[in-house]
Design a protein around this ligand. Structure first.
Ligand SMILES: [Zn+2]
Ligand SMILES: [Zn+2]
Length: 353
Protein backbone atom coordinates (compact mmCIF):
# COMPACT_ATOMS: atom_id res chain seq x y z
CA UNK A 1 0.00 0.00 0.00
CA UNK A 2 1.29 3.46 -0.95
CA UNK A 3 2.11 6.01 1.68
CA UNK A 4 -0.16 9.06 1.43
CA UNK A 5 0.43 12.79 1.99
CA UNK A 6 -1.53 16.05 1.92
CA UNK A 7 -1.24 18.38 -1.07
CA UNK A 8 -2.92 21.65 -2.10
CA UNK A 9 -4.08 20.97 -5.63
CA UNK A 10 -5.79 22.71 -8.50
CA UNK A 11 -8.03 20.01 -9.88
CA UNK A 12 -10.32 21.84 -12.30
CA UNK A 13 -9.96 25.07 -14.29
CA UNK A 14 -11.71 27.99 -12.63
CA UNK A 15 -12.38 26.10 -9.37
CA UNK A 16 -10.73 26.85 -6.02
CA UNK A 17 -7.81 24.60 -5.09
CA UNK A 18 -8.32 22.05 -2.32
CA UNK A 19 -6.37 19.98 0.17
CA UNK A 20 -6.33 16.38 -1.04
CA UNK A 21 -4.58 13.13 -0.09
CA UNK A 22 -2.21 11.85 -2.78
CA UNK A 23 0.54 9.20 -2.83
CA UNK A 24 4.01 10.24 -1.67
CA UNK A 25 6.12 10.47 -4.87
CA UNK A 26 8.94 7.97 -5.50
CA UNK A 27 12.15 9.04 -7.24
CA UNK A 28 12.85 7.48 -10.64
CA UNK A 29 16.38 7.13 -12.04
CA UNK A 30 18.22 10.47 -11.80
CA UNK A 31 15.41 11.98 -9.72
CA UNK A 32 15.22 13.26 -6.15
CA UNK A 33 12.31 13.52 -3.72
CA UNK A 34 12.42 16.49 -1.35
CA UNK A 35 10.61 16.70 1.99
CA UNK A 36 9.16 20.22 1.95
CA UNK A 37 9.98 22.55 4.83
CA UNK A 38 8.29 25.67 3.44
CA UNK A 39 6.75 26.92 0.20
CA UNK A 40 6.21 30.59 -0.65
CA UNK A 41 2.98 31.84 -2.21
CA UNK A 42 3.17 33.93 -5.37
CA UNK A 43 0.71 36.30 -7.07
CA UNK A 44 0.92 34.17 -10.19
CA UNK A 45 -0.73 31.31 -8.24
CA UNK A 46 -3.82 33.52 -7.90
CA UNK A 47 -3.71 33.93 -11.68
CA UNK A 48 -3.65 30.14 -12.09
CA UNK A 49 -6.69 29.75 -9.83
CA UNK A 50 -8.72 32.04 -12.10
CA UNK A 51 -7.20 31.03 -15.41
CA UNK A 52 -9.67 30.06 -18.16
CA UNK A 53 -9.14 26.51 -19.46
CA UNK A 54 -8.20 27.71 -22.99
CA UNK A 55 -5.41 29.90 -21.65
CA UNK A 56 -4.09 27.19 -19.32
CA UNK A 57 -4.09 24.55 -22.01
CA UNK A 58 -2.45 26.90 -24.52
CA UNK A 59 0.39 27.23 -21.98
CA UNK A 60 0.67 23.45 -21.82
CA UNK A 61 -0.75 23.13 -18.29
CA UNK A 62 -2.68 19.96 -17.43
CA UNK A 63 -4.92 19.47 -14.36
CA UNK A 64 -4.60 18.30 -11.67
CA UNK A 65 -1.37 19.57 -10.16
CA UNK A 66 -0.11 20.69 -6.76
CA UNK A 67 0.46 24.46 -6.47
CA UNK A 68 3.59 26.14 -5.11
CA UNK A 69 6.78 27.17 -6.94
CA UNK A 70 8.90 28.67 -4.13
CA UNK A 71 9.96 25.49 -2.41
CA UNK A 72 12.75 24.46 -0.06
CA UNK A 73 13.28 21.43 2.15
CA UNK A 74 15.57 18.45 2.62
CA UNK A 75 16.57 15.68 0.22
CA UNK A 76 14.46 12.72 1.36
CA UNK A 77 15.12 10.05 -1.28
CA UNK A 78 17.54 9.68 -4.19
CA UNK A 79 16.84 7.78 -7.42
CA UNK A 80 19.51 5.60 -8.96
CA UNK A 81 22.46 7.42 -10.52
CA UNK A 82 22.03 10.69 -8.60
CA UNK A 83 25.31 12.28 -7.56
CA UNK A 84 26.15 15.50 -5.74
CA UNK A 85 23.40 15.28 -3.13
CA UNK A 86 22.82 13.18 -0.03
CA UNK A 87 19.78 12.39 2.05
CA UNK A 88 19.12 15.20 4.53
CA UNK A 89 20.81 17.95 2.48
CA UNK A 90 18.92 21.27 2.76
CA UNK A 91 17.97 22.43 -0.75
CA UNK A 92 15.88 24.99 -2.61
CA UNK A 93 14.09 24.09 -5.83
CA UNK A 94 14.29 26.02 -9.07
CA UNK A 95 10.78 25.55 -10.44
CA UNK A 96 10.93 25.96 -14.24
CA UNK A 97 11.61 22.54 -15.75
CA UNK A 98 14.20 23.74 -18.30
CA UNK A 99 15.79 20.90 -20.28
CA UNK A 100 19.50 21.72 -20.00
CA UNK A 101 20.39 20.90 -23.60
CA UNK A 102 18.37 23.06 -26.03
CA UNK A 103 19.79 26.12 -27.84
CA UNK A 104 18.61 28.50 -25.08
CA UNK A 105 19.88 26.31 -22.22
CA UNK A 106 23.27 25.90 -23.92
CA UNK A 107 23.59 29.70 -23.93
CA UNK A 108 22.72 29.95 -20.22
CA UNK A 109 19.32 31.37 -21.17
CA UNK A 110 17.31 28.62 -19.50
CA UNK A 111 14.78 31.36 -18.58
CA UNK A 112 13.60 31.00 -22.21
CA UNK A 113 13.81 27.18 -22.51
CA UNK A 114 10.69 25.95 -24.37
CA UNK A 115 10.30 23.19 -21.73
CA UNK A 116 10.41 25.74 -18.90
CA UNK A 117 6.90 27.07 -19.50
CA UNK A 118 5.63 24.19 -17.41
CA UNK A 119 7.22 23.82 -13.99
CA UNK A 120 6.81 22.55 -10.46
CA UNK A 121 3.70 24.32 -9.18
CA UNK A 122 2.29 25.19 -12.63
CA UNK A 123 1.50 22.12 -14.67
CA UNK A 124 3.64 19.76 -12.57
CA UNK A 125 3.28 18.96 -8.89
CA UNK A 126 4.77 21.77 -6.80
CA UNK A 127 5.78 22.44 -3.23
CA UNK A 128 2.46 22.83 -1.40
CA UNK A 129 2.69 19.19 -0.31
CA UNK A 130 4.71 17.24 2.22
CA UNK A 131 6.98 15.87 -0.52
CA UNK A 132 7.85 16.95 -4.05
CA UNK A 133 9.59 15.08 -6.86
CA UNK A 134 12.47 16.81 -8.70
CA UNK A 135 13.21 15.27 -12.08
CA UNK A 136 16.74 16.67 -12.49
CA UNK A 137 19.31 17.85 -9.96
CA UNK A 138 19.82 20.94 -12.19
CA UNK A 139 16.76 22.19 -10.33
CA UNK A 140 18.33 21.89 -6.86
CA UNK A 141 20.40 24.54 -5.10
CA UNK A 142 22.20 23.61 -1.88
CA UNK A 143 21.25 25.90 1.01
CA UNK A 144 24.23 25.41 3.33
CA UNK A 145 23.33 27.08 6.61
CA UNK A 146 20.12 28.77 5.36
CA UNK A 147 16.82 27.71 6.93
CA UNK A 148 14.78 25.70 4.37
CA UNK A 149 11.51 26.72 6.02
CA UNK A 150 11.96 30.29 4.77
CA UNK A 151 14.35 29.99 1.78
CA UNK A 152 11.80 29.09 -0.93
CA UNK A 153 10.99 32.70 -1.99
CA UNK A 154 14.66 33.27 -2.83
CA UNK A 155 14.25 31.04 -5.90
CA UNK A 156 11.34 33.01 -7.41
CA UNK A 157 10.58 36.41 -5.84
CA UNK A 158 14.29 36.84 -5.05
CA UNK A 159 15.67 35.45 -8.32
CA UNK A 160 13.16 37.24 -10.60
CA UNK A 161 13.98 40.59 -8.97
CA UNK A 162 17.68 39.74 -9.35
CA UNK A 163 17.19 39.04 -13.05
CA UNK A 164 15.52 42.44 -13.47
CA UNK A 165 18.36 44.29 -11.74
CA UNK A 166 21.05 42.29 -13.56
CA UNK A 167 19.42 43.12 -16.93
CA UNK A 168 19.34 46.80 -16.02
CA UNK A 169 22.84 47.18 -14.52
CA UNK A 170 24.62 48.37 -17.72
CA UNK A 171 22.25 51.36 -17.94
CA UNK A 172 22.80 52.50 -14.32
CA UNK A 173 25.28 55.37 -13.91
CA UNK A 174 27.07 56.51 -10.74
CA UNK A 175 24.76 59.01 -9.07
CA UNK A 176 21.83 58.14 -11.33
CA UNK A 177 18.27 57.48 -10.23
CA UNK A 178 16.64 54.05 -10.31
CA UNK A 179 12.92 53.69 -9.69
CA UNK A 180 11.25 50.57 -8.29
CA UNK A 181 7.48 50.53 -8.77
CA UNK A 182 5.82 48.20 -6.25
CA UNK A 183 7.74 47.22 -3.09
CA UNK A 184 6.02 43.88 -2.49
CA UNK A 185 7.55 40.41 -2.68
CA UNK A 186 9.79 41.17 -5.69
CA UNK A 187 10.34 44.92 -5.40
CA UNK A 188 11.63 44.66 -1.83
CA UNK A 189 14.40 42.35 -3.09
CA UNK A 190 15.15 44.70 -6.02
CA UNK A 191 15.72 47.62 -3.63
CA UNK A 192 18.31 45.58 -1.73
CA UNK A 193 20.19 44.44 -4.87
CA UNK A 194 20.29 48.01 -6.17
CA UNK A 195 21.80 49.25 -2.91
CA UNK A 196 24.33 46.40 -2.90
CA UNK A 197 25.39 46.58 -6.54
CA UNK A 198 25.07 50.24 -7.53
CA UNK A 199 25.57 53.76 -6.19
CA UNK A 200 22.27 54.94 -7.68
CA UNK A 201 19.61 56.86 -5.79
CA UNK A 202 16.79 54.34 -5.26
CA UNK A 203 13.25 55.71 -5.42
CA UNK A 204 10.32 53.43 -4.55
CA UNK A 205 6.73 54.02 -5.64
CA UNK A 206 4.01 52.16 -3.76
CA UNK A 207 0.43 52.92 -2.74
CA UNK A 208 0.86 51.29 0.69
CA UNK A 209 2.45 53.33 3.50
CA UNK A 210 3.55 50.09 5.25
CA UNK A 211 5.41 48.91 2.14
CA UNK A 212 6.96 52.37 1.59
CA UNK A 213 8.23 52.27 5.16
CA UNK A 214 9.61 48.76 4.66
CA UNK A 215 11.34 49.90 1.47
CA UNK A 216 13.03 52.73 3.39
CA UNK A 217 14.15 50.20 6.02
CA UNK A 218 15.72 48.16 3.21
CA UNK A 219 17.65 51.16 1.93
CA UNK A 220 15.39 53.11 -0.47
CA UNK A 221 16.46 56.78 -0.48
CA UNK A 222 13.04 58.19 -1.37
CA UNK A 223 9.50 56.91 -1.61
CA UNK A 224 6.54 58.25 -3.56
CA UNK A 225 2.92 57.31 -3.34
CA UNK A 226 1.33 56.85 -6.74
CA UNK A 227 2.47 56.38 -10.29
CA UNK A 228 1.15 58.91 -12.77
CA UNK A 229 2.07 62.11 -14.62
CA UNK A 230 2.85 63.90 -11.39
CA UNK A 231 5.18 61.11 -10.24
CA UNK A 232 7.05 61.02 -13.54
CA UNK A 233 7.64 64.77 -13.21
CA UNK A 234 8.81 64.34 -9.59
CA UNK A 235 11.31 61.69 -10.68
CA UNK A 236 12.72 63.97 -13.35
CA UNK A 237 13.22 66.67 -10.70
CA UNK A 238 15.17 64.20 -8.51
CA UNK A 239 17.65 63.40 -11.26
CA UNK A 240 20.52 65.69 -12.37
CA UNK A 241 19.38 68.23 -15.00
CA UNK A 242 15.89 66.72 -14.77
CA UNK A 243 16.96 64.09 -17.27
CA UNK A 244 14.97 61.25 -15.70
CA UNK A 245 15.68 57.82 -14.26
CA UNK A 246 18.48 55.60 -15.56
CA UNK A 247 16.19 52.65 -15.01
CA UNK A 248 12.57 52.08 -13.98
CA UNK A 249 11.61 48.56 -12.88
CA UNK A 250 7.85 48.08 -12.83
CA UNK A 251 6.83 45.22 -10.54
CA UNK A 252 3.13 46.16 -10.79
CA UNK A 253 2.45 46.43 -14.52
CA UNK A 254 -0.88 48.27 -14.84
CA UNK A 255 -1.45 50.88 -17.60
CA UNK A 256 -0.74 53.73 -15.20
CA UNK A 257 2.60 52.39 -13.88
CA UNK A 258 3.80 51.48 -17.37
CA UNK A 259 2.96 54.87 -18.77
CA UNK A 260 4.49 56.78 -15.81
CA UNK A 261 7.53 54.48 -15.80
CA UNK A 262 8.33 55.01 -19.47
CA UNK A 263 7.76 58.77 -19.10
CA UNK A 264 10.24 58.90 -16.21
CA UNK A 265 13.01 56.98 -18.02
CA UNK A 266 15.90 59.10 -19.34
CA UNK A 267 17.28 59.01 -22.88
CA UNK A 268 19.53 55.94 -23.04
CA UNK A 269 17.84 54.46 -19.96
CA UNK A 270 15.80 51.30 -19.53
CA UNK A 271 12.24 50.47 -18.55
CA UNK A 272 11.71 46.89 -17.35
CA UNK A 273 8.18 45.46 -17.17
CA UNK A 274 8.10 42.61 -14.65
CA UNK A 275 4.67 42.90 -12.97
CA UNK A 276 1.97 40.64 -14.37
CA UNK A 277 -1.06 42.90 -13.87
CA UNK A 278 -1.71 42.87 -17.62
CA UNK A 279 -1.23 46.58 -18.42
CA UNK A 280 -0.44 47.77 -21.94
CA UNK A 281 2.45 49.73 -23.34
CA UNK A 282 0.94 52.14 -25.84
CA UNK A 283 3.72 54.33 -27.10
CA UNK A 284 4.67 55.39 -30.56
CA UNK A 285 8.15 55.07 -32.04
CA UNK A 286 8.20 58.83 -32.54
CA UNK A 287 9.03 60.44 -29.21
CA UNK A 288 7.08 57.94 -27.14
CA UNK A 289 9.96 55.73 -26.01
CA UNK A 290 13.29 56.63 -24.37
CA UNK A 291 15.65 57.75 -27.17
CA UNK A 292 18.41 55.13 -27.64
CA UNK A 293 17.05 53.36 -24.57
CA UNK A 294 15.60 49.98 -23.85
CA UNK A 295 12.21 48.54 -22.92
CA UNK A 296 12.43 44.95 -21.75
CA UNK A 297 10.21 42.30 -20.25
CA UNK A 298 10.61 38.72 -19.08
CA UNK A 299 9.06 36.08 -16.84
CA UNK A 300 10.97 34.16 -14.16
CA UNK A 301 14.71 33.86 -13.79
CA UNK A 302 17.66 31.66 -14.68
CA UNK A 303 19.16 28.89 -12.56
CA UNK A 304 22.23 31.15 -12.26
CA UNK A 305 20.05 33.93 -10.79
CA UNK A 306 18.76 31.53 -8.12
CA UNK A 307 22.33 30.49 -7.24
CA UNK A 308 23.40 34.16 -7.00
CA UNK A 309 20.53 35.10 -4.71
CA UNK A 310 21.13 32.13 -2.42
CA UNK A 311 24.83 33.13 -2.25
CA UNK A 312 23.79 36.66 -1.25
CA UNK A 313 21.45 35.29 1.43
CA UNK A 314 24.18 32.97 2.74
CA UNK A 315 26.51 35.98 2.99
CA UNK A 316 23.90 37.67 5.17
CA UNK A 317 23.69 40.80 3.00
CA UNK A 318 20.00 40.53 2.01
CA UNK A 319 16.86 40.21 4.08
CA UNK A 320 14.20 37.68 3.14
CA UNK A 321 11.14 38.80 5.07
CA UNK A 322 8.54 36.02 5.37
CA UNK A 323 5.28 35.49 7.21
CA UNK A 324 4.74 31.81 8.06
CA UNK A 325 1.41 29.97 7.90
CA UNK A 326 0.78 26.32 8.85
CA UNK A 327 -0.32 24.11 5.91
CA UNK A 328 -3.90 23.97 7.26
CA UNK A 329 -4.16 27.77 6.77
CA UNK A 330 -2.97 27.81 3.16
CA UNK A 331 -6.30 29.17 1.81
CA UNK A 332 -6.24 32.01 4.38
CA UNK A 333 -2.63 32.83 3.44
CA UNK A 334 -3.67 33.18 -0.23
CA UNK A 335 -6.58 35.42 0.83
CA UNK A 336 -4.15 37.71 2.66
CA UNK A 337 -1.84 37.78 -0.37
CA UNK A 338 -4.80 38.67 -2.59
CA UNK A 339 -5.85 41.50 -0.22
CA UNK A 340 -2.31 42.89 -0.20
CA UNK A 341 -2.03 42.88 3.59
CA UNK A 342 1.21 40.89 3.90
CA UNK A 343 4.46 42.66 4.66
CA UNK A 344 6.83 39.88 3.61
CA UNK A 345 6.29 36.82 1.48
CA UNK A 346 3.69 34.32 2.80
CA UNK A 347 5.36 30.94 3.31
CA UNK A 348 3.37 27.80 4.12
CA UNK A 349 5.35 25.57 6.48
CA UNK A 350 4.95 21.89 7.23
CA UNK A 351 4.88 20.48 10.72
CA UNK A 352 7.62 17.98 9.98
CA UNK A 353 10.79 19.12 11.69
ZN1 LIG B 1 6.14 33.25 -8.81
ZN1 LIG C 1 16.25 23.94 -22.64
Amino acid sequence: MLEMMSAYQLRQWGKAPQIVEVPVPEPGPGEVVVRVAGCGLCHSDLGLMEMPREVGESLGLQMPFTLGHETAGWVAALGSGVTGFREGDPVALVSPASCGHCWQCARGEDISCPSGRVGRGYGRDGGLAEFVRVTSTRGLVGLGSLDPSSAGPLTDAGATAFHAVRRALPRITPGGVVVVIGAGGLGSFAVQYLRLLTSARVVVIDTSEARREFARELGAHDTLMVAGDVTAAQIRVMSDDGRGADVVLDFVGVDETISAGVAATREGGAFGLVGAAGGRLERSWFGGLPQDGEVFSFQGSTIADAHSVIELAQSGVIRNEVEKFPFGEVAEAYRRLDKGVLRGRAVVVFDNH
